[in-house]
Write a new protein. Structure first.
Length: 115
């Protein structure tokens, strides 16, 4: 298993896999990222992130049944593993802890004159 750090895009992909469960596959993940973030995302970037997340043990995948709509091709469905859940929880806790340490005045922008 590779390193356990989550990059920002990897975290986003991992979260979207959870949102789309049990129907998270490459194209649906890309479309949901675009819908949720309004940012352009190449399908290749999604596939690369999915591959890295699997290598780290944060995702598992299986091939779905072939469908007529996809010309007989099968989708690779992704799901979060226990390690992936822990990584998301760790990132969430870190972000919340850091956010909670910001003084209220800094969040209100009242300290701008002191810069």
């Amino acid at each position: 298993m590779k390193g356990t750090q989550l990059g920002e895009f990897e975290e986003l992909v991992l979260l979207i896999v959870g949102v789309l469960y049990p129907d998270a596959y490459g194209l649906s993940i890309r479309e949901e990222i675009i819908n949720q973030t309004k940012r352009k995302v190449a399908i290749g970037a999604v596939h690369s992130a999915l591959s890295r997340l699997q290598d780290k043990g944060f995702l598992e995948s299986k091939l779905d049944e072939a469908t007529h709509e996809r010309g007989g091709r099968r989708k690779r469905l992704f799901a979060i593993t226990v390690l992936g859940k822990r990584a998301l929880e760790k990132n969430h806790e870190l972000r919340n802890n850091l956010f909670n340490q910001i003084p209220e005045l800094a969040l209100k922008g009242l300290n701008l004159s002191g810069l």
